[in-house]
Design a protein around this ligand. Structure first.
Ligand code: NAD
Length: 428
């Protein structure tokens, strides 16, 4: 089956149903939690630099706010779809619950390719997005953040538009803002570092020194870069990274058997996470097809790009050396791969646990904005590490005790917490 024939929303519902069955969840809670509470679809007219007007489609979806305001990123992507955003909003609910922060789940997106938009067009798009949805956003309602192909500058334009419309200062309405403009130190590192804190704890439990391991990573954007930085800092060796080349419309894998120099690769990538092919060749990297990241003889695979990347067809190419799949992206593995992973005895560290560092730091950003007092980076990263380590051990203990697949253990904890909030509020 092709990667894009998988519907992420069906995946998210299937994963939920599977655990809801095991938990014997009541009918009303099931109905409430297997779909979003609210969905907004809107058009965004943008004046282009050449004087024409282009109309973009934007979305904001709030899955659940029983444990706190909806929280989740806004993606700019040409292949964005309502069902992807629905799935991502659901995964946000579970993500906030598994790390036990007082937030619900939401997600937004615009179908567009920011790589083909000038900075002023991107600014007008961000402002237009907020003009259409500002009534449904707020520090206590729904709090966006950056995601694929959006960054702190986009968030600041959105915040500025919101404050202009509503009047006043509302730094808690959007997270992932630039440092010095209400942003938290450590936000850019948080998701990637969080992934590696989870991986490190798992390796410790298994008695495997991280310095004896090798990894191959899909993606070299925000999450992948900082995951790679922390992994190599702890002694791991990244053999290969892959990324999208937008001018050629295809992905490449960059390989160095002796280990990629992450600093060096970061210097030759653009702001969308594409590594410069020519410069990488000059630096001695070998260039392989995009899909080859998964064929590498490594201990750990870290998908950190997009959803639906590990399908049964692709799974066949995974080397017998691979012991761990550490899901840094949201929904990188299709549900029909889960049984194959278990049969092969590969350990899976599930996405909404691994990549919860981003939303955890976003929560810290809100807390700091509320206090109007900002922590130094050590304090942020210490609190982040504490939260991720605690969440990992909660999931790992349950998985060990009940002999559960780690994805199911993470879902069990998250669904129980959200279902309890729903029950206490009298919604089910
Ligand atoms: P990003 O836009 O910074 O980077 C995406 C990377 O994926 C880029 O390097 C791009 O070249 C690469 N890519 C895209 N298609 C590819 C393909 N077919 N093959 C190989 N590489 C490809 O995005 P990001 O913020 O790093 O997010 C990555 C994933 O992590 C997404 O699933 C996102 O939802 C998830 N996530 C992000 C955050 C965050 O804080 N940024 C938090 C939680 C989860």
């Amino acid at each position: 089956m092709e990667q894009n024939s998988y519907n992420p929303y069906e995946t998210a519902q299937l994963q939920f149903d599977n655990v809801a069955d095991k938990l014997d969840l009541d009918q009303a809670s099931r109905q409430l939690l297997r779909q979003p509470s609210r969905e907004y679809h809107f058009t965004i007219p943008v004046k282009m630099d050449d004087g024409s007007t282009k109309v973009f489609n934007g979305y904001r979806i709030q899955h659940n706010d029983a444990r706190g305001p909806a929280k989740g990123g806004i993606r700019f992507h040409p292949q964005e779809s309502v069902d992807t955003i629905k799935a991502l909003s659901m995964w946000m609910t579970w993500k906030c619950a598994v790390v036990d922060i007082p937030l619900g789940g939401g997600k937004g997106g615009v179908i567009c390719d920011p790589r083909n938009l000038s900075l002023s067009e991107q600014e007008r798009l961000c402002r237009g997005y907020v003009r259409q949805i500002h009534n449904q956003l707020g520090p206590n309602i729904d709090v966006p953040a950056p995601d694929v192909m959006t960054n702190s500058q986009h968030m600041l334009w959105m915040l500025d538009e919101y404050e202009t419309i509503v009047g006043g200062s509302y730094p808690g309405v959007i997270t992932g803002k630039p440092v010095g403009m209400g942003g938290s130190l450590g936000r850019k590192e948080a998701t990637g570092y969080g992934v590696i804190y989870v991986l490190r704890e798992f390796l410790r439990e298994k008695g495997i020194p991280i310095s004896s391991t090798t990894a191959s990573i899909q993606g070299f954007g925000n999450v992948a870069e900082y995951a790679a930085r922390m992994y190599t800092r702890l002694g791991g060796r990244v053999i290969a990274v892959s990324c999208w080349n937008s001018s050629e419309g295809k992905a490449y894998t960059f390989k160095k058997e002796t280990g990629c120099d992450i600093e060096e690769l970061a210097r030759i990538k653009d702001s969308f996470g594409s590594i410069d092919k020519e410069k990488a060749l000059d630096l001695g990297y070998s260039l392989l097809p995009g899909d080859d990241w998964i064929k590498q003889e490594v201990d750990i695979l870290i998908p950190a790009a997009l959803e639906n990347q590990i399908t049964p067809a692709v799974f066949q190419n995974i080397s017998s050396k691979v012991k761990i799949i550490c899901e840094a992206a949201n929904g990188p593995t299709t549900p029909d791969c889960d049984p194959l992973i278990q049969e092969r005895g590969i350990s899976l560290l599930p996405d909404f646990l691994c990549n919860a560092g981003g939303v955890t730091c976003s929560y810290f950003e809100q807390v700091q904005c509320n206090m109007n007092y900002f922590w130094d980076i050590e304090e942020v990263l210490n609190k982040l590490e504490h939260t991720m380590v605690k969440a990992f051990h909660g999931v790992f203990s349950l998985a060990t005790e009940k002999e559960l697949y780690m994805r199911d253990a993470a879902y069990t904890i998250a669904i129980k917490r959200v279902a309890e909030a729903v029950r206490l509020r009298g919604w089910a």
